[in-house]
Design a protein around this ligand. Structure first.
Ligand SMILES: Nc1ncnc2c1ncn2[C@@H]1O[C@H](COP(=O)(O)OP(=O)(O)OP(=O)(O)O)[C@@H](O)[C@H]1O
Length: 758
């Protein structure tokens, strides 16, 4: 945001302490969104900034202004947007219907958005539509049939040269892969054959079955979108052995040929037929572009993550295997050692948990996954989720890692009902939670009590009708360990999976039931602690009563400890990560906002060109989490901020003039996040951009702000803006108030210490 008017500068000077203004001016510094309260970004509130939201290219500024003119609640904002016709398509119910229709006739390039159970049908329909189009449209495509210099009509079966792999040179792949159309290839895989790759694709299993990250994709299942992106270890597709009782090899071969007749153009069929065996699996690979990939790759800093040509694919010095039938659709095969390493203990643990889930009659297991940072917790729970989804339709997932969330935006804690396999990094599968609370920071250090209370609130939503997987933080020492002990006591998991590594010199203590019974928690106390306490002479004090209650509530149920050794290269070493966790968080937030994109991937829309909702001050209450902001400054903190859109049980009492400020930070339902992109002081309106469905928005009556910030790339990349770029300046003096950060100590203090101070 620019501070160009003296009025704005004066306003900022008044609002912000002098200490906060001092920061060295860097030429071309982009952000004037600075810290007024230790955790919050501040931006200057001027009418100019609020009203001059940049226009979408091709839409006249005056018309744009007109469209955001009407004061309205969430509901009315929707109507205004409909009238204006430039509202992003996914926001309105009307458009949702339209999307459904579009989905059914979607081309392979457009599909691939995270699909939950209710969409499964449409995905199948989509496949059917695609099949019909393929058959009808055979003549429309030129059959590309020249992989690896093989002339048209011959298959690209090649063999790996081990020396070449170890020397880092590209080599050929021992797979039959044939390019059948511009963006489609058929791959034949023998049992146990593996394809480890980078890139993204839609995969349909036409015959046999394969396994990807623990999930089995078989014949007759819908297409699945696979994202093996350089932010995470490479994904592998492994063909499974299959036999059909009562059928001869010849009959099975005939079945494969029948599939080819249905799906493969005549010109490509012949060479494929030559390679078919009765035990092979047949996969259809399709090029994949989704609104999410197109939106994220529109940011220069993330283009490499999605680049679909091998040279640009951020492979670095990785050897890649030549297979033009795959590279032409955006998939680069790699040697298998680049994929996920599955240790013996990992596999044994998954098998045993599967057995428990499927065979135990004493209710479903509650599985808590824990371990240090970058030890492989997320990769393990993805594999476990996928393995369970092979057998049961739904698994519940409790997200307690606020810094590295799986399905929800960073800073949120959530309970999810997972019905679809997890075959992508978190930023490609952000989805609606069953129950969610905004914690408001990427670490729980600032307020451990709020963290534990939020856990209890979310756990109350667990249906107990499916297995539950709990993802925890990588903070397992000091207070982090106390919190982990609390979690085990409060949630009473049946199984605790503790990941560790032989390569780490200092491993945290084994979380055996005995250890958990005696260790000190943050809110709960261990057995020893209770025994050591002198018997109360009279009645219990209020605090002791609460402790007793928590210990009773915890119940100290004995869990089964399962230790998993992670054995992948660079385990637990942050330096070995190619992408830092803050980059992954930014990607996750952009992933959320990519849901605003139109389905037509040819024209991605930058966020600043989208029409925001307008919300009256009186309709929503505000609060800043983890720090105190005086009510008179709250709008400074709110403008150009990331906000959580929440529902509090009490009605919001409207204030005559200003914003409604909550006295305390509530623990309440959160529906997702948005960006306050402007505030109109005259009309008393917030302008908010959010991908949350309209039906949910109608329930929102509270906006919470925390220490999670808008990705800077959103400010830096505002294409199509002519002249001054909103929110950014290269002409800014850091002598102006608000230009510096106030650093707030985040070390939590023991309860006793807090008391001693008070
Ligand atoms: N079994 C594995 N084989 C190969 N690479 C792995 C494996 N497990 C994890 N990795 C890689 O290590 C990195 C960290 O993995 P992951 O995110 O699963 O760890 P984490 O413990 O959940 O991390 P955090 O503490 O940040 O939550 C990722 O790049 C991931 O792809």
């Amino acid at each position: 945001m620019r501070v160009s008017s003296p009025k704005a500068a004066a306003c900022l000077k008044q609002a912000v302490p002098t200490a906060a203004r001092r920061r060295r001016w860097k030429r071309k510094a982009m952000l004037v969104l600075t810290d007024v309260s230790g955790a919050k970004q501040l931006s200057v509130l001027t009418r100019r900034c609020c009203l001059h939201a940049p226009c979408r290219r091709g839409v006249k500024r005056s018309r744009h202004r007109q469209s955001i003119k009407n004061a309205a609640t969430w509901k009315c904002a929707e109507e205004v947007c409909k009238e204006d016709e430039i509202m992003r398509s996914s926001a309105t119910e009307q458009d949702e219907e339209q999307h459904e229709e579009e989905n059914n006739t979607e081309s392979p390039r457009n599909s691939g958005r995270k699909i939950n159970g209710s969409h499964k049908k449409s995905r199948t329909q989509e496949n059917q539509a695609c099949t019909a189009a393929e058959i009808d449209g055979e003549a429309m495509y030129t059959d590309s049939f020249a992989p690896n210099g093989v002339p048209n009509g011959e298959s690209s079966q090649d063999f790996i040269d081990d020396d070449a792999v170890s020397s880092g040179a590209s080599t050929r792949l021992c797979l039959t892969a044939v390019n059948i159309r511009n963006d489609q290839s058929i791959v034949l895989m023998s049992p146990s054959q593996k394809l480890t790759f980078r890139g993204r694709c839609r995969v349909t299993c036409l015959y046999g079955s394969v396994q990807v990250l623990g999930f089995t994709i078989g014949q007759g299942q819908p297409a699945y979108c696979l994202y093996s992106l350089p932010t995470h270890a490479a994904m592998s597709i492994e063909a499974l052995p299959h036999c059909k009782p009562g059928r001869t090899k010849r009959e099975m071969k005939m079945e494969v040929k029948a599939v080819f007749r249905q799906r493969v153009p005549a010109a490509s069929r012949h060479s494929l037929m030559k390679e078919v065996t009765s035990s092979c699996s047949v996969l259809l690979f399709e090029h994949l572009d989704t609104p999410g990939t197109v939106f994220l790759s529109s940011f220069p800093e993330y283009r490499e993550v999605f680049a679909s040509h091998s040279k640009k694919m951020n492979l670095g010095k990785l050897p890649f295997l030549e297979c033009s039938a795959l590279t032409s659709i955006g998939v680069v095969p790699l040697p298998d050692d680049q994929g996920i390493t599955i240790s013996e203990s990992w596999m044994a643990t998954v098998q045993e948990l599967l057995k428990t889930c499927l065979e135990d009659d004493d209710g479903y297991p509650i599985i808590l996954v824990c371990g240090g940072k970058n030890i492989g917790k997320s990769t393990f729970h993805r594999y476990l989720l996928n393995s369970l989804l092979n057998h049961i339709p739904c698994v519940e997932f409790l997200e307690l890692d606020v810094g590295q969330t799986e399905f929800s935006p960073p800073g949120c804690m959530a309970l999810h009902l997972v019905t679809d396999p997890v075959l992508s990094p978190p930023y490609m599968h952000q989805c609606e939670p069953h129950k969610m609370v905004y914690y408001g920071d990427v670490s729980c250090e600032r307020d451990l009590d709020r963290y534990v209370e939020t856990v209890k609130y979310l756990y109350a939503g667990y249906t107990k009708e499916t297995p539950l997987i709990i993802n925890t933080m990588g903070w397992v020492k000091g207070f982090g360990l106390s919190i982990l002990v609390d979690l085990i006591r409060l949630l009473s998991p049946t199984h605790v999976v503790q990941l560790g590594s032989a390569e780490r010199s200092q491993e945290p203590a084994a979380l055996t039931p005995e250890f958990v019974q005696t260790a000190a928690g943050w809110q709960t106390k261990g057995k020893q602690h209770i025994q050591q306490k002198p018997e109360p002479l009279n009645s219990l004090s209020e605090e002791e009563e609460q402790d007793e209650h928590l210990n009773l509530q915890a119940g100290f149920q004995r869990h089964r400890l399962m230790r998993v050794q992670s054995e992948f290269p660079g385990v637990g070493d942050r330096r070995s990560l190619k992408f830092r966790s803050n980059v992954l968080r930014d990607l996750a937030l952009l992933g959320c906002f990519s849901q605003l994109q139109p389905l037509d991937t040819r024209c991605p829309m930058p966020l600043h060109s989208m029409l925001p909702y307008q919300v009256p001050f009186s309709a929503v209450a505000l609060q800043v989490l983890h720090c105190d902001v005086t009510p008179t400054h709250i709008l400074y903190a709110a403008n150009a901020s990331l906000v959580a859109l929440c529902r509090i049980p009490n009605a919001v009492s409207s204030q005559a003039n200003g914003p409604v400020v909550l006295p305390q930070a509530p623990i309440c339902d959160c529906f997702g996040v948005g960006i306050i992109r402007g505030i109109n002081l005259e009309k008393k309106l917030y302008y908010i951009l959010t991908p949350i469905p309209v039906a949910r928005l109608k329930q929102v009556n509270c906006l919470l702000m925390g220490a999670v910030t808008i990705p800077h790339s959103l400010f830096r990349n505002q294409p199509g803006v002519i002249g001054e770029v909103p929110y950014i300046t290269s002409d800014y003096s850091f002598d102006v108030s608000g230009a510096g950060k106030i650093k707030v100590g985040t070390q939590p203090r023991r309860r006793g210490h807090v008391k001693a101070v008070s």
